[in-house]
Structures are given as structure tokens and as C-alpha cells.
Design a protein around this ligand. Structure first.
Ligand code: ADP
Length: 397
């Protein structure tokens, strides 16, 4: 069984073709600059040379067509024909309150995804375009939607409701949804295995620290709270996103700077976070190296970042009445030993002790605590594409 996993952004498309017999990646790649000039496809077939295709892509249908051509190409391809594909799995960012699990895509499902476009205006329309493109190019091929929000649909009301008039929730569905669900689920399942505990009995806190970042509390196999909310702007400070701020700042900025609500939204999403604090970069490698070279603002940005991650871990330990394990994942969580060490330096009150030597690792599944640590701390590489492919396989039966 071979599954094609697609992740469509507004002007990009990432893909992986996964052989579900051994869960190996047969090929992966990226289409960039869809709909603008100089669009290109970078195709990496496993065991063969990477190739770049520079061809105009007017829309996502063009992009999907080029990807399918690359996958079946006589030289750079990895399958003979599209008949070998059992299904296409689409990452869909927002499933609102409609979806608490992955589903086969039907007309009704597409309508529900469309109804969530207001909640994720940058992502859901692009996801729908990708779905339509596949329907056009591979009619009848089973297609599955896997939602970033689905895993968090188990949050209780007390966690997902904002303390604003309840009718705003009823009327506009303003509530906390949470994101990165596939990643939190994937690493928490592995963490339970590493603990030697049943997933349905463990209390796990997962920290997905990439460009976007969120923390999740998983109690007895269910997401009970997570730091992102109505949109992926809430919660931790991130590469360019502010995370939590006093909502009064928005009106204050509009008045004092004479800017629109849209401008403030842009400032909080694109110019804030560690980029805004440091004025160096949104990339943590740049900020860590600037801080090492004595840039005080870069150091302040890192300090603020670590402090907030630690605060959420503390909050979620309280929410669950303890924790068995804390997991670090995604670009920064998997690769930055100093981030893990700095965050955990706040957590000795929980009886957590980090083994500096074990923590000196990158991109590996490792328990980084000493044997007497009261809570285990793991680094676990995430694999969102594999979760999507596994969900397709499960649905296909
Ligand atoms: P996304 O998928 O959200 O775009 P990633 O999970 O790829 O993001 O994470 C990207 C972030 O991880 C970047 O800020 C990058 O600097 C950081 N990162 C990757 N490798 C390292 C490393 N070795 N040290 C510190 N930060 C790293």
C-alpha cells in the first residue's frame, strides 16, 4: 500500500510518498512559488538524485500534476503508474468542531472544510484547492482529510472556552481549537511506549517547538489542553508570532500607531516573537549564535522564550495533577540541547534532573534525564506525514 501525503500552503505544496508496508519514504519534495513567477519543484526520490523542475505553476492543479509526473517519471520516478497509489492524505489545518478524527473526503466534508475557511483564512482555502486538484487529476482515488485541530477536540469546556459572552461562542464559534494535533499525538504515543505505560494511563506534556510552537497536555490518551487557541497565534512566543499578550494591547496599538486591525494582526503574526524581541532573525540558530556572540537582545529573546515554555509546562502539570513525561519535538525541540536545558532548568521543583551528556543529542529518540529524575524528559523526532499516512491506511482498512 502506497500513500501520497500532501500539505498545501497558499503558494507551496509539500509531499511525501510513503510505502506502508515498511513505512519508508519513497520520495518527497516541495513545490514553491505556485501562482507567481519562477515556480519550481524540488523532487527527492529515495536512492536517486534529487531533481529540480523549473516550470510555471499557475495554480495547485499544475503543481499536483508536476508532482504526479515526477513520481511516475521513467528516470526520477518511484512508481510505474498512479494505480499504485492507494489513497491521498491531505493535511487540513482547521476542522472546527466538525471533525474529531480523520475522514474520507466527500462533498459534505468539503463543505465543512469550506465553512472553516473563516477560522483559517491562510490555510483552509489552499487545502481545499489541493483536494480539488487531486479529484480532477485522479478521479475516484480515495482521499482523506487529516486535521491539525482534530486531536484537541477532546478538550473539556473549561479549557476551550474563552471567558467572553457565551453567545459569541454560539454565534461565531469563538473558542480554543489548538493545532499541531498530529504531531502531539504522534510523539505522545511514542512517549507512552518509552515510559512502558499504556497510552490510556499516562500523563504527558508535549512541546512542539518549531517555527510555530505549542504545548499540549495529554491525560489518559486525550488532549485536555493546548497552548494555541482560536488561531495559531495564542500561547508561546514563536519565531515571528507574539503568543499570549494582553488583548487590550491591540486597541492601544491601533490608536497610538494609527494602524488598522489587520496591521496589528500582521504585526503580531509576522513581526513579533523572537524576531520582534531580538531584531536578529526568526531562526533560532541565528539567535542562539548572536546571543553567544554577546548580543544582549538575542539573549533576552531566548530567555523570554524558554521562560514561557516552562510556564506552560508548570500550568499543564497543575491541570493534570502531575506528569509522567515531558517531550520535546520539532526543529528546536529535537535539535537544540540548550533550549531543552534552559527550559528544564526551571523544573527542578518537579524533581526533574537532566543528564547533560544524554541531552547533547540531535534528532533522536532519547530519554535525557538522570535515572533518579521524578519525571522523564524525552526528545522525540516528530513525523506528521507518517501520522497522515497511517490514518489513511486505517480508514482504508
Ligand atoms: P516548521 O515546520 O514549523 O516550519 P521546524 O519544526 O522545521 O519548523 O523548526 C524550525 C526551527 O527549528 C527554526 O527556528 C530553526 O532555527 C530551529 N532549529 C533547527 N535546527 C536547529 C538547531 N540545530 N539548533 C537550534 N535551532 C534549530
Amino acid at each position: 500500500m502506497k500513500i501520497l501525503v500532501l500539505n498545501c500552503g497558499s503558494s507551496s505544496l509539500k509531499y511525501q510518498l510513503i510505502n506502508m508496508i515498511d513505512e519508508c519514504v519513497l520520495a518527497k519534495g516541495l513545490c514553491e512559488r505556485i501562482g507567481i513567477e519562477k515556480s519550481r519543484l524540488e523532487h527527492s526520490p529515495t536512492g536517486k538524485d534529487k531533481c529540480i523542475v523549473e516550470e510555471p505553476m499557475n495554480d495547485h492543479t499544475d503543481a499536483v500534476r508536476l508532482v504526479l509526473n515526477a513520481l511516475t517519471d521513467a528516470a526520477q520516478g518511484v512508481i510505474q503508474s498512479l494505480d499504485e497509489l492507494s489513497a491521498v492524505g491531505h493535511r487540513v489545518v482547521h476542522g472546527g468542531e466538525f471533525f474529531s478524527d480523520s475522514v474520507f473526503i466527500t462533498d459534505e466534508v468539503k463543505k465543512a472544510i469550506e465553512a472553516c475557511c473563516d477560522l483559517a483564512p491562510l490555510h483552509n482555502p489552499a487545502n481545499l484547492i489541493g483536494i480539488h486538484a487531486c479529484e480532477r487529476l485522479m478521479p475516484g482515488k480515495p482521499q482523506v482529510a487529516v486535521f491539525d485541530t482534530a486531536f484537541h477536540q477532546t478538550m473539556p469546556e473549561r479549557a476551550y472556552l474563552y471567558a467572553i459572552p457565551y453567545k459569541m461562542y454560539e454565534k461565531h464559534k469563538i473558542r480554543r481549537y489548538g493545532f499541531h494535533g498530529t504531531s502531539h499525538k504522534y510523539v505522545s504515543v511514542l512517549a507512552a511506549e518509552m515510559l512502558g505505560k499504556s497510552y490510556n494511563e499516562a500523563k504527558i506534556i508535549t512541546c512542539h517547538l518549531g517555527n510555530g510552537a505549542s504545548v499540549c497536555a495529554i491525560d489518559h490518551g486525550k488532549s485536555v489542553d493546548t497552548s494555541m487557541g482560536f488561531t495559531p497565534l495564542e500561547g508561546l512566543a514563536m519565531g515571528t508570532r507574539s503568543g499570549d499578550i494582553d488583548p487590550a494591547v491591540i486597541a492601544f496599538l491601533m490608536q497610538k500607531e494609527g494602524i488598522s486591525a489587520k496591521d496589528v494582526e500582521n504585526l503580531l503574526n509576522k513581526k513579533s516573537g523572537v524576531l520582534g524581541l531580538s531584531d536578529v532573525s526568526s531562526d533560532f540558530r541565528d539567535i542562539e549564535s548572536a546571543a553567544k556572540n554577546g548580543n544582549q537582545r538575542a539573549q533576552t529573546a531566548l530567555d523570554a522564550y524558554h521562560y514561557r515554555v516552562a510556564k506552560y509546562i508548570g500550568a499543564y502539570t497543575a491541570a493534570m495533577g502531575g506528569a509522567d513525561a515531558i517531550v520535546f519535538t520539532a526543529g528546536l525541540g529535537e535539535n537544540s540541547a540548550s533550549t531543552r536545558a534552559e527550559v528544564c532548568s526551571y523544573l527542578s521543583y518537579l524533581g526533574i534532573t537532566i543528564d547533560a551528556e544524554k541531552n547533547n543529542c540531535r534528532g533522536k529518540k532519547v530519554d535525557i534525564t538522570t535515572s533518579d529524575s521524578k519525571i522523564r524528559v524525552f526528545t522525540i523526532p516528530t513525523n506528521e506525514e507518517l501520522v497522515i499516512a497511517r490514518d489513511c491506511k486505517a480508514l482504508l482498512g
